[in-house]
Design a protein around this ligand. Structure first.
Ligand SMILES: *[C@@H]1O[C@H](CO)[C@@H](O)[C@H](O)[C@H]1NC(C)=O
Ligand SMILES: *[C@@H]1O[C@H](CO)[C@@H](O)[C@H](O)[C@H]1NC(C)=O
Ligand SMILES: *[C@@H]1O[C@H](CO)[C@@H](O)[C@H](O)[C@H]1NC(C)=O
Ligand SMILES: *[C@@H]1O[C@H](CO)[C@@H](O)[C@H](O)[C@H]1NC(C)=O
Ligand SMILES: *[C@@H]1O[C@H](CO)[C@@H](O)[C@H](O)[C@H]1NC(C)=O
Length: 259
């Protein structure tokens, strides 16, 4: 082999390795599907609620949103589950990343037939909105003569106790006197005052605000490049689906080639 041939051979090897490297680097970010792009460009629509990223459900497959942000359309009512409690979504504001939600199990008033759980939010995903109070519903209380004159006095028949005396209170999630069978804490908008509990049922139906904490910055960048936002649940992060079927990078390139 002459030295010229040898140089030519080296050049070929170099080009081959370079091409291989390019493939190795680029292939992962080029794996995507047009289905994800098309599906995640669609909005969830149900009654008055319209939602995009980070939600999924209905015509938006799981790849379009955070695994825990599943919306369910039934009739024209939208529901979602947070920590095993079902909520009706009354409104959704994607600008402020706020949901107004009301507990399905308290839509009929403060006296459900069985003991329900207190609301807890998934801290990783939600914060409370600015204007809420904790309404505590005390069920199965004794010493009714003492309670009957209390502003939040209720009579409720619930499973597990024959005691029908109950009362609602604000920010009182402990039963200091040990008079009651159970206490359920439900956030409400600050429309109930501690001296007037006539609006308790209404307050439960009107719900309260939560802010979702999924970062929107990456999604905005993605949409700015005409991509569709989605969620990679194996990597636990926001992802971007492009029209050219690429995904995995933060944005879509204008030329339609993988970045
Ligand atoms: C949606 O809600 C309906 C009615 O409440 C229920 O039957 C169904 O299982 C729910 N679907 C999902 C995916 O949660
Ligand atoms: C939807 O909500 C309305 C108002 O609360 C209620 O009357 C209706 O039964 C609900 N529909 C379904 C399918 O849950
Ligand atoms: C309401 O209750 C929750 C859960 O117990 C608690 O984390 C939160 O600080 C309470 N908020 C107010 C305003 O008392
Ligand atoms: C409580 O609120 C209701 C409804 O707004 C009102 O009709 C009633 O007069 C109020 N009661 C008191 C004691 O302020
Ligand atoms: C997902 O990512 C968030 C934010 O980076 C982190 O707080 C959370 O623990 C992660 N969850 C899982 C299941 O990896």
């Amino acid at each position: 082999m002459s030295s010229q041939h040898f140089l030519f051979f080296l050049l070929l090897v170099y080009l081959y390795l370079a091409a291989l490297l390019r493939i190795l680097i680029e292939i992962p970010s080029c794996l995507g599907s047009l289905e994800d792009y098309t599906a995640c460009n669609k909005q969830f629509k149900c009654g008055t609620i319209t939602a995009g990223f980070p939600f999924w459900g209905d015509y938006r497959p799981e790849s379009c949103g955070h695994p825990k942000l599943l919306l369910n359309c039934s009739g024209s009512n939208t529901t979602t589950e947070i920590m095993n409690i079902k909520y009706r979504i009354l409104s959704l504001n994607s600008g402020s990343q706020t949901l107004r939600i009301a507990r399905e199990d308290y839509l009929n008033g403060p006296c459900p037939s069985k003991v329900l759980s207190s609301t807890t939010l998934d801290d990783e995903l939600f914060d409370y909105g600015p204007d809420y109070r904790n309404l505590s519903l005390h069920y199965g209380c004794s010493a009714s003569s003492l309670l009957a004159t209390a502003p939040g006095y209720l009579t409720c028949t619930i499973d597990g106790t024959n005691n029908r005396d109950a009362y609602a209170a604000l920010d009182a999630s402990t039963d200091i006197l040990g008079l009651c069978f159970t206490i359920v804490v439900v956030p409400i908008l600050a429309i109930v005052t501690s001296t007037n509990f006539s609006k308790v049922g209404e307050a439960l139906r009107r719900g309260f605000d939560v802010k979702w904490k999924v970062d929107n910055e990456e999604c905005n960048e993605c949409m700015g490049s005409n991509g569709a936002c989605g969620y990679d649940s194996s990597l636990n992060r926001t992802t971007c689906y492009c029209k050219d079927q690429s995904s995995g990078s933060r944005t879509c390139s204008p030329s339609g080639t993988c970045q």
